[in-house]
Structures are given as C-alpha cells and as structure tokens.
Design a protein around this ligand. Structure first.
Ligand code: GLV
Ligand code: GLV
Length: 327
C-alpha cells in the first residue's frame, strides 16, 4: 500500500506525477493559503505533508498521529518546532541550494534599485513629474561598483551574493559569519569583520541569515546607529532578523539612506506600515525564490525529500537540527 500524503499548495503537474508513483495523495489546489482548520483535518490520516511553510508545533502534531515527514517547499524552516518534531520522530526537510542564485539575483535587483533609485524614478516618470533637466542633482543616486558591501551571513546564498559583488561589480566585500571562511577569503579577497566594524564601513549592508533565537532582531537600533548615514540596507532573508521599528526610525531620522526589503516582520505587510509611505524604501512581497525554474526545482526537491523519507531512504535535505533522526 502506498503511503498517504497531503500537499498543501498547488505544484507543477510533473511533480504531482512523480508523487503519484510513490504515494496516495490529496492536494490543496487553490492559490489562497489553506485554512488551518482544513489542514488539521487533512493531516489526520497522512504520513507525509508537503507544505510551503510548515507551522509545526506540539499541538499541530497531535492532529497528525501518523505523520513521519514534513517537507517544506522552502529553504527556511523557522516555523518548525524541531524539539517537538524530534520527540515524535517526525523528520523535517527543506529545499536548500536550488534557490540560492535566484535569491542572490533579487538581492542585487534591490541593491541596484535602491542605490540608483530605479523604482522611485519609475514612479516619478509615470506620474508625469519629469520636467527637470537631465543632470538635476535631484536625480543623483549612489554607485554600486567599487562601493563596499557588507554581507551578514555568508551561507550558501551569501556566497552567491559575494560572487556577484566582487566579480560583477568590483565591490569591496566585507562579511560576517559565525565561522570564518578562509578559503573564500583567499580565493575572492573578501574580508572578515566583526558586525560593528562591518556596519561602520559598508555602503551596502545585506543581511542573509536564517531566523532563529540567536538571529531574531540581530539588527536593531544600535546597529542602524553604527551604519553610515548614506548606507543602503537590504533584507531578503526573514523580516524578524531586523527590529522593524528600529529600521523605520532609522529611515525617518535619516540615519541611513534607503532600504530594499523582500521580507517583513508581519507578512503580508500591514496596510498602515510606515515603510509603505517612504519613497526611499522598496517593498517586495517575499519573492526571493519566485521564478519559474526555481519554483519548479523547489517543488521537485520537496517531493523527493518526502518520497525518500516514506520509502526508507535518507532524504537528501533533512534540516540540520533533525539529522540525528535519519542516522
Ligand atoms: C523563502 O523565503 C524560503 O525560505 O524558501
Ligand atoms: C540561507 O539562509 C543560507 O544558508 O545562505
């Protein structure tokens, strides 16, 4: 008998076909998120759950007594209670690697857009405000090439950002990471800094950290105060690594120049968030990995992880906190 699974969002047909070879499945085929009550009903009988964002708590697990694997269609898994999952021996998997380049591309999109004020001036032209001569100082932005970029979190994605910055834009690259990456320092000439020095020296500050207890609000008032008044701040990782109130104040008080944001403390962003009123802030709806190819690869990777876990193989991408469950 094939194991029963539930897929909590629409996925490409080819991925569905692959799952069908190995599992008996039901799928939530609507674009809007599945309501929690519906999800709790669906997981009652299944051994596998594939989901865009597994909010897996102790309580949730009581509704899913047969569950063996939660396969996140995402690299982040900050909503997994890994302790509760270990207790129940539920494996958690995610989709690293396949999205790294797409997220790094978007970081650069934000960097370019914020530095050269692309989004701001697009709006300006379309609103019929272009009456000034071409060289008006009001149009001046900030160079990207040869500027200093500070990357906080030189993981897989951070490394891709570093390569774009140093090879493509001749930037001086500083990084901060829990562990030093000596090989990358030697190969690319990137420089390690403690966080404070990185913040003081960088023209562009990029955070690329997974969200956990030690990274929550790692960037707050004190950190914005250290940044240059001309600094551009970019976040495509998780909203909660930044104290958003402190970011808003820093922007309101001209302590930094601009921000490019793909993530927020509350998503979707609340309609009265002051960031929405700021011309020097670019706000995107958490689209770091949203390209056709990458979204396909993420769905397929998530399916392979789930099928492996249910057919007595070791899934390729078990989250690091739960790797002991598959040893
Ligand atoms: C997106 O934010 C992801 O975690 O994949
Ligand atoms: C992202 O969180 C990474 O590991 O680079």
């Amino acid at each position: 008998m094939k194991p029963k699974v539930f897929i909590a969002k629409p996925i490409p047909q080819e991925v569905e076909d692959y799952i069908a070879q190995h599992c008996e499945y039901k799928i939530w085929n609507k674009e809007e998120a599945i309501p929690k009550s519906e999800l709790l009903k669906e997981v009652a009988e299944v051994e596998g759950l594939m989901t865009p964002k597994g909010v897996i708590t102790k309580e949730f697990l009581t509704y899913a007594p047969h569950l063996k694997v939660v396969s996140n269609i995402a690299v982040g898994y900050d909503a997994f209670d890994t302790e509760a999952m270990r207790e129940r021996r539920v494996i958690g998997t995610h989709t690293p690697y396949v999205l790294d380049d797409s997220v790094a591309d978007l970081v650069f999109g934000l960097l370019l857009s914020a530095g050269r004020r692309i989004v701001e001036f697009d709006r300006y032209v379309k609103e019929g405000k272009w009456e000034k001569p071409l060289d008006s100082r009001e149009f001046y932005g900030k160079d990207i090439h040869h500027a200093t970029i500070g990357i906080i979190g030189l993981g897989r994605i951070g490394e891709k950002i570093m390569k774009r910055a140093s090879a493509g834009f001749d930037m001086k690259v500083l990084y901060h990471n829990r562990s030093r990456k000596i090989e990358l320092e030697n190969q690319y000439g990137v420089l390690y800094r403690d966080i404070d020095d990185l913040l003081r020296e960088s023209d562009y500050v990029v955070v690329m950290l997974p969200l956990n207890e030690s990274t929550t609000h790692i960037i707050g008032k004190g950190q914005f105060e250290l940044m240059k008044n001309d600094a551009v701040f970019i976040n495509c990782s998780r909203g909660k690594v930044v104290d958003e109130q402190a970011l808003i104040s820093a922007l309101q008080n001209n302590e930094i120049r601009a921000a490019g944001l793909d993530v927020f403390e509350i998503e979707p962003i609340e309609k009265d968030n002051p960031l929405l009123k700021m011309n020097n802030v670019i706000t995107l709806p958490h689209i770091g990995s949203c390209t056709n190819n990458t979204r396909f690869d993420m769905a397929m990777t998530a399916a392979e992880n789930m099928v492996a876990a249910l057919t007595n193989q070791t899934p390729p991408n078990v989250v690091k906190e739960l790797q002991d469950l598959v040893k």
